[in-house]
Design a binder for this molecule. Structure first.
Ligand SMILES: *[C@@H]1O[C@H](CO)[C@@H](O)[C@H](O)[C@H]1NC(C)=O
Ligand SMILES: *[C@@H]1O[C@H](CO)[C@@H](O)[C@H](O)[C@H]1NC(C)=O
Ligand SMILES: *[C@@H]1O[C@H](CO)[C@@H](O)[C@H](O)[C@H]1NC(C)=O
Length: 362
């Protein structure tokens, strides 16, 4: 009889834990990564740093499964980053692309850079490259929450409440002091894949809670760039990737006039060069989305905050470059439109060592 009760109790507990874990995972599955289908890796778990230190034998102390930490620091990664910085420096000096790589450190750029004074870190935000996670890392480093899992989703983007200051909020002296002495980093990914991610996120099937992209921006782009359209059909069919490519590749003057209509340049598809001024600001580390599982531990190490915070673990193949996807999106788009797009984004390819996509251009 006692056995029955015990069994029932154990089953009850197991069920409760399952329900709890399940809820937690669905709640967490919306994130900054463009590819929304594959996000369960952002799932929960207690602080992985603590979890690694305490070795609790299984089935003694039931609790939700720990999220694994990223692999440890790769000793090679220091030289990988050095090569990236060398390439960046030499490309910034290359006079044949000078007019594309140099921008001023404007308020627009200073708005993109987040400050962690406590640990002397500056982070330049490049949308569609997993920024939410890095912002959480900085919020934790600022001391507001013990781990990235404790930072509420809605707080990450609430810049009036999350204690994450932008560089633009400081005085010119404070800004130059930080630019000269702090650890500075940004993350980039293949420029065309990033545009696909932005397109899916803002104009795709399930856009996030930002209706104005589909409602206000898409019709303006369609009217101007779709080869043939009837007005009634404009909003019904939605923005095609082809319209988007033609808009982005248009000559600067016409594009700027469009952006004025939208109110401001839209950070989701402005080049990394315009967002972060990588030829004017000497970044300490350039992380690549494609190798984030190596870059994240390296960045924490190089910034001197290893052990204070951890970047959530994820399966590496979800950040890998997917040529098939890129080919699919660009299939049917004219070479001329793709070449114009490349001309606009070439500084991002050159500065960060992404190969020219000849399979699309030739
Ligand atoms: C400068 O950039 C152009 C265009 O990418 C390239 O062809 C050339 O080799 C570069 N020159 C140097 C010295 O790196
Ligand atoms: C940059 O300069 C080259 C000539 O050196 C020119 O062909 C190109 O249009 C210029 N690009 C921009 C964005 O001004
Ligand atoms: C690459 O993209 C294609 C098309 O979107 C998809 O079917 C495939 O699963 C992707 N491959 C990987 C490894 O994610």
């Amino acid at each position: 009889m006692r056995h029955h009760w015990l069994l029932l109790g154990v089953c009850g507990w197991a069920l409760l834990i399952l329900v709890f874990v399940g809820k937690f995972i669905t709640f967490r599955s919306v994130d900054d990564y463009g590819d929304r289908g594959v996000q369960s890796w952002t799932g929960p778990g207690p602080n992985p740093v603590k979890a690694a230190a305490v070795d609790v034998p299984e089935n003694q102390n039931p609790k939700p499964p720990d999220r694994p930490t990223l692999p440890p620091l790769d000793p090679e990664w220091h030289s990988v980053n050095e090569k990236r910085i060398e390439l960046l420096t030499s490309m910034c000096r290359n006079s044949s692309i000078n007019n594309l790589t140099h921008v001023s450190i404007s308020k627009f750029v200073l708005d993109r850079i987040f400050v962690c004074d406590k640990h002397k870190i500056l982070f330049c935000q490049t949308p569609k490259v997993g920024n939410t996670q890095w912002k959480k890392v900085l919020i934790v480093l600022n001391g507001q929450f013990p781990t990235v899992d404790d930072v509420p989703e809605e707080l990450v983007h609430a810049h009036d409440r999350n204690g994450l200051h932008r560089l633009s909020s400081l005085t010119p002296q404070e800004i130059s002091h930080r630019l000269n002495t702090y650890f500075k980093f940004l993350i980039v990914r293949d420029p065309f894949e990033r545009l696909i991610s932005a397109f899916k996120d803002k104009f795709g099937q399930n856009p996030r809670d930002e209706p104005w992209y589909k409602r206000d921006i898409a019709p303006v782009i369609i009217r101007k760039y779709r080869k043939s359209h009837q007005d009634g059909e404009v909003t019904a069919s939605g923005l095609h990737f082809e319209d988007f490519v033609r808009y982005l590749g248009d000559v600067a003057l016409r594009r700027r006039r469009m952006d004025q209509q939208f109110g401001a340049p839209i950070i989701h598809w402005v080049t990394y060069t315009e967002l972060c001024a990588p030829c004017e600001i000497q970044y300490s580390v350039v992380g690549h989305h494609e190798t984030l599982e190596k870059d994240a531990p390296y960045i924490l190490h190089a910034a001197g905050v290893e052990g204070l915070v951890s970047y959530p673990s994820f399966p590496p193949d979800i950040t890998r470059y997917n040529r098939t996807k890129v080919e699919q999106y660009f299939s049917g788009i004219s070479k001329q439109d793709i070449r114009r797009l490349f001309a606009r984004y070439q500084s991002d390819f050159h500065l960060f060592g992404y190969p020219r996509p000849d399979f699309l251009l030739n």
